[in-house]
Write a protein that binds this ligand. Structure first.
Ligand code: PA5
Length: 440
């Protein structure tokens, strides 16, 4: 379902070099599949597409139907990092770009902007509101701050008893402040499995519930992921994840490419790139190693970042998300006067122009010293999104093991938190507060 084309790297690598990295990637594949590598207590994501049972999906649909019956038209999904990006990606990809849906899902708790929260509350005041609060640890500051504000609003507006029907929590089965709160307030709760880390959790309730509430078909998404899994379980040089992992590590280690740019050609996929950046950035960027994951949204960014990619520091390679077919059809018309001189495009689909821009850019960037891989899907739909989620997760496991990294921890994320807590004078951080105040 997901196809990988490495043709755009041919002029940069020798076949023997590639073969040697394929061997390394197959060793890394064995580590992942043998479940003996670092972080092997976080491999629950591998079987999610076949483990998720019908009851869980029906529970998600029951929440959707209950809120529909109450006339809810705004669902605030609160979470950060892996507790938000997968759902945001899927909902953006599948939604109409302009027409407001019956139930709008918006996201909060992924920043600490006061304006953002104030304006969210402006919108809430005009809508019928429910909330999904998501935190695996149940202790993350950004979603906790947003939830305190949204919870207070819902309780004031609808009363405490009704609030407990309009708030659903997704968190750990046993521990964390959110778990305690949810139990005490009687919120319906879903569990994030112990053995699935945040950025690998899109196919757990973390992603599934917001996607269902937004009106999309998670059965199809899980089916697509399951089909992709079947293909990726085959140990072979032709395995798409092995090929992608091999080439990106070769370009990094042997050709000095420090940056991988995920390139999209459809604004609906901008958040696929955000999800991918977190997945690869948090999984591989440690021990002084890793490829820096960046992204551009073309063709818009060809008019901003294109100059740098064409002629700036030669530090990057590109991975293009190639969507073969558009779901909608818009044909360019003929104009009698032709003042815009576009009649040469009359009768063409806009998607054809997009494909030619993509091809022209590929050739230009290769000529400019930027190797290019393509990851293709047939079209944007639930099935293919499930497949691409699973593909990138599996390839990330292979790639990180090839690089000698534990893909499933994120120790570096704690550094800013300690300083922030000290500066906010969180109880227990008094010593750090003293130390940090001397540095500023
Ligand atoms: O991938 C991860 O584990 C992180 O990005 C987390 O998803 C993120 O920090 C949010 O954590 P939590 O769900 O515990 O609030």
């Amino acid at each position: 379902m997901v196809k990988v084309n490495l043709g755009g790297c041919d002029s940069f690598v020798k076949s023997a070099e590639y073969q040697s990295y394929v061997s390394k990637a197959l060793d890394a594949f064995d580590t992942l599949q043998g479940e003996k590598g670092a972080g092997n207590d976080f491999l629950g994501w591998k079987t999610l597409p076949v483990d998720i049972d019908e009851k869980l999906i029906r529970d998600c649909e029951a929440v959707r139907d209950c809120w529909k019956a109450k006339g809810v038209n705004l669902v605030i999904a609160i979470g950060i990092g892996g507790s938000y990006l997968g759902a945001k990606c899927a909902i953006e990809a599948l939604s109409h770009s302009f027409i407001e849906p019956e139930t709008k899902v918006v996201f909060a708790g992924n920043n600490l902007s006061e304006e953002y929260l104030a304006e969210l509350m402006d919108l809430a005041g005009k809508k019928n509101v429910a909330c999904i609060v998501i935190s695996k640890s149940g202790t993350t500051t950004e979603p906790a701050v947003a939830f305190r504000i949204v919870k207070e609003y819902i309780e004031k507006t609808y009363g405490k008893a009704e609030a407990s029907e309009r708030i659903v929590a997704i968190t750990d089965a046993r521990k964390g402040a959110l778990k305690t709160l949810a139990t005490q307030e009687g919120y319906k709760s879903f569990i994030v499995p112990d053995n699935v880390g945040g950025r690998y959790s899109v196919l757990t309730p973390v992603g599934l519930l917001p996607i269902v509430v937004a009106g999309f078909d998670v059965r199809a998404m899980l089916k697509g992921a399951a089909q992709e899994r079947e293909e990726l379980l085959v140990r072979s040089e032709d395995n798409a994840a092995v090929r992608y992992a091999a080439m990106r590590n070769l370009l990094h280690t042997e050709k000095g490419k420090a940056v991988e740019i995920l390139v999209t050609y459809n604004p609906k996929l901008t958040f696929l790139a955000e999800w991918w950046k977190q997945l690869y950035g948090e999984s591989e960027g440690k021990d002084g190693k890793g490829i820096y994951p960046a992204s551009v949204a073309n063709t818009a960014d060809l008019h901003s970042m294109g100059q740098f990619i064409q002629e700036g520091s030669r530090i990057m390679f590109e991975t293009v998300i190639n969507v073969v077919n558009a779901n909608r059809s818009v044909v360019i018309g003929s104009d009698g006067q032709n003042l815009d001189q576009l009649n040469y495009l009359a009768g063409q689909h806009v998607n054809h122009c997009n494909a030619m821009a993509q091809l022209g850019t590929k050739i230009a960037h290769i000529d400019g010293g930027v190797p290019q891989m393509e990851v293709s899907i047939d079209r944007i739909n639930e099935e293919n999104l499930g497949a691409i989620f699973y593909f990138f997760e599996f390839a990330c496991g292979v790639s990180a093991y090839l690089l000698g990294i534990n893909p499933f921890n994120q120790p570096g994320v704690e550094a800013y938190k300690k300083n922030m807590f000290a500066l906010l004078r969180k109880p227990g951080y008094e010593a750090q507060t003293e130390a940090i105040l001397k540095r500023i």
